[in-house]
Design a protein around this ligand. Structure first.
Ligand code: HEC
Length: 156
């Protein structure tokens, strides 16, 4: 009995790994991301009642066009990136958080582009985790719900 259980578990774990490998990178941990978000919360609020602060409210940010939170006064360069088609996918937010100004400069191919967000989150695992957390507030995120163990074990 014990052995069967172990095998099932192993298969489930392998399924998750296989799924993650198919995505651009491994999934972050939303619970850890909640702790990481404390770094963001001096400027950003998130949740059903979130309002704009120093930065825009981040509720529903995943899957949304950049620079489009209502009532927030963005810098012109992030608005230009949104108008050029930038949508916040996991990959884009991952790159953006590392260095928003550098990111916008590369996106817009404009060495003078500026970001109103001066904060940088260098650590990869923290970026992944905070993205997983942001996704929990974005029902329309294109990746959908995280796969459950059951689903994972059958897709393998
Ligand atoms: C020091 C204040 C500050 C901190 C800390 C900060 N941000 Fe920002 N953030 C901003 C500002 C200001 C903007 C608007 C950028 C612009 O207009 O160029 C922004 C924009 C963004 C955007 C784009 C929003 C949109 O509607 O297009 C995302 C995503 C974002 N921040 C995520 C984060 C996350 C996640 C963290 C924490 C890891 C974080 N920010 C930490 C100030 C901050």
């Amino acid at each position: 009995m014990f052995q069967t259980k172990t095998i099932v578990k192993t298969f489930a774990a392998a399924g998750i790994l296989a799924l993650s490998a198919g995505a651009s990178y491994a999934e972050g941990d939303a619970a850890k991301g909640e702790a990481v978000f404390k770094k963001c919360s001096s400027c950003h609020l998130i949740g059903p009642d979130a309002t704009n602060k120093v930065g825009p409210a981040l509720t529903g940010i995943m899957g949304r066009t950049a620079g489009t939170v209502e009532g927030y006064k963005y810098g012109k360069d992030i608005v230009a990136a949104g108008e050029a088609g930038l949508v916040w996918t996991e990959e884009e937010v991952f790159d953006y958080l590392k260095d928003p100004k550098k990111y916008l400069r590369a996106k817009l191919d404009n060495k003078k582009a500026k970001s109103k967000m001066s904060f940088k989150l260098k650590k990869e695992d923290q970026r992944k985790d905070v993205i997983a957390y942001l996704k929990t507030f974005s029902s329309g995120a294109q990746e959908g719900e995280p796969a459950t163990e059951e689903e994972s074990s059958t897709t393998n």
